[in-house]
Design a protein around this ligand. Structure first.
Ligand SMILES: Nc1nc2c(ncn2[C@@H]2O[C@H](COP(=O)(O)OP(=O)(O)O)[C@@H](O)[C@H]2O)c(=O)[nH]1
Ligand SMILES: [Mg+2]
Length: 195
């Protein structure tokens, strides 16, 4: 049985004017390009290709809205993270993200996806700052945990928790193995219930 039988893509918004109506609740997903954000989203909603997973990083610069169920949405935020992204694209990204975080009353939580082998990048710090400025709770998925030994993964989690301090909760995750999916869904539901 599917947990989210009605989940579907609503629209892509290249500008704040294109955002869907700011009612109900939504949880946003962010991550540096190629961190594994689309794979995490797909696993959490049990849809193989809801958010397109891609081996080509950094292509899309739009905010994608998904209907999760009546009154609840998921939002796929654009990520960058490659030095070769031109300044113009970075400025666009800042404007779009600023427009989203500053005025999104329905935003109830942020899932920040990090590759457990390369956590806490400058991109991640920027996302933490955007969320903190609007008191949006953040949960970190340290994904691709299947790429590390159990011991290395556990110590990566400890290190990230220490660096986060009280700014966010964190867990290990693997979209490939399904590790941590239940814990992540519990957190997602708590965020959606927060209002
Ligand atoms: N081993 C492993 N690979 C993953 C995992 N999650 C994503 N990937 C791979 O990492 C690459 C980028 O994933 P994608 O979800 O498209 O990343 P996005 O750019 O952050 O949306 C793809 O080749 C995925 O197959 C994971 O948990 N484990
Ligand atoms: Mg993606």
């Amino acid at each position: 049985m599917s947990l989210y039988p009605d989940v579907h893509f609503i629209k892509s918004a290249p500008r704040p004017a294109d955002f869907v109506a700011d009612d109900g609740v939504e949880v946003a997903f962010a991550g540096r390009s190629n961190a594994g954000k689309s794979s995490a989203l797909n696993l959490l909603v049990q849809r193989r290709a809801l958010a397109r997973t891609s081996k080509t990083p950094g292509r899309t610069q739009m905010i994608n809205f998904f209907h999760l169920r009546e009154g609840a949405r998921l939002v796929d935020l654009p990520g960058y993270g490659y030095a070769r992204v031109p300044d113009r694209v970075k400025r666009q990204w800042h404007d779009l993200m600023g427009g989203y975080f500053d005025r999104r009353g329905s935003l109830s939580g942020l899932f920040l996806i990090m590759d457990c082998r390369h956590p806490m990048t400058r991109f991640d710090e920027q996302m933490l700052a955007l969320a903190s400025a609007v008191q949006c709770p953040v949960h970190v998925l340290l994904t691709k945990a299947d790429k590390l030994s159990r011991g290395k993964a556990a110590s990566a989690l400890l290190g990230v928790r220490k660096e986060l301090g009280g700014r966010a909760s964190a867990q290990l995750f693997s979209a490939t193995k399904g590790t941590g999916a239940d814990e992540a869904r519990d957190c997602l539901e708590q965020m959606l219930d927060s209002e």
